[in-house]
Write a protein that binds this ligand. Structure first.
Ligand SMILES: [Zn+2]
Length: 304
């Protein structure tokens, strides 16, 4: 399917004014080459009421939303599509309160859950790892961030940052919260985030020693000129990330939810040069119906 997405809010409103229209769009994204049964892989099916498909092979009744973030939601798809628009169109995204207001949702909680489900779709299953020269460092979030609202009683969260070099600039990034700065945790993060054969640049901390499969460029702290940083890309990412957490989300984020916000920031950052915001809408809708096989299997067994 060629990349087909609304360019303006008016186009979105016109095009996705019914749940049927939304379902058709999702169908194209999920099954671009035609229906594939989530249970048996069969490709022959007949349409049923309310956008469901009856598999001729195994008689499974499949909805295009089955196993996706839209599954089992009491919200109409038209609301989901507007949420997709508001989360992708403004560059910094939208807070739960902002989304509640703009969509006229009954509760803050509904808006909050909706955003969290969308964040789950922001990480593409099987995404490529970073490569080439990659700066790696750790940072801390919480406790005494200037401007954080409300009482903050939790200790600071440890966040690992990997930033790929793109010439003198920054390519893609990966972020993850770790429970402790230990070598096994750091290595697990790096193996998931960075392709083997890449050159890691770190501050030479012990946890980065003995990494197999990577080149290692240790930049040990020496006297730096003011405003100069050992790892300038990571430093830049960290400052943008903190500004975003404090600005868009007022900084009031518990550690257990921080991962989801890191995923959202990564999604935005890695698409910051995208010429069209509508393209982000497309990308997120597409990822929202890309389901990991393990989840489909679990769902089929449950339904069966
Ligand atoms: Zn089937």
């Amino acid at each position: 399917m060629k990349e087909d997405y609304p360019r303006t809010l008016m186009e979105l409103e016109r095009r996705f004014s019914t749940d049927d229209a939304c379902r058709q769009y999702l169908f194209q994204l999920r099954w671009p080459a035609g229906f594939v049964c989530p249970r048996c892989g069969g490709t022959h099916a007949g349409p049923m009421a309310r956008g469901r498909w009856l598999c001729r092979g195994c008689r499974y009744q499949a909805a295009v939303t089955a196993g996706t973030i839209f599954h089992d939601s009491h919200l109409p798809l038209t609301t989901w599509f507007r949420a997709l628009w508001y989360v992708t169109t403004p560059k910094p995204g939208v807070s739960a309160l902002g989304l509640q207001r703009v969509l006229g949702l009954g509760s803050y909680r509904t808006a909050w859950v909706l955003l969290h489900k969308l964040r789950r779709a922001m990480v593409r299953p099987g995404r490529d790892r970073l490569q080439g020269l990659v700066e790696v460092d750790e940072t801390y979030w919480g406790a005494e961030e200037a401007g954080a609202v409300g009482r903050w009683t939790e200790a600071k969260a440890l966040v690992m940052v990997a930033a790929e070099a793109d010439g003198r600039g920054i390519g893609r990034i990966r972020l993850r919260r770790l429970s402790a700065l230990t070598r096994p945790q750091v290595q697990a993060f790096l193996h998931a985030a960075v392709a083997p054969g890449s050159l890691l640049r770190t501050d030479g901390l012990n946890v980065y020693r003995g990494l197999e499969g990577y080149g290692h460029d240790r930049h040990v702290q020496r006297a730096q000129a003011p405003g100069e940083h050992l790892l300038p890309r990571v430093h830049r990412v960290v400052s943008l990330m903190k500004r975003w957490l404090l600005g868009t989300h007022q900084g009031a984020i518990g550690h257990d939810h921080l991962d989801a916000y890191l995923d959202e920031f990564t999604f935005r950052f890695n698409r910051r040069k995208s010429a069209s915001r509508g393209k982000l809408f497309y990308r997120l809708a597409q990822q929202a119906v890309q389901v990991e096989p393990v989840r489909i299997t679990a769902l089929s067994q449950h339904k069966g």
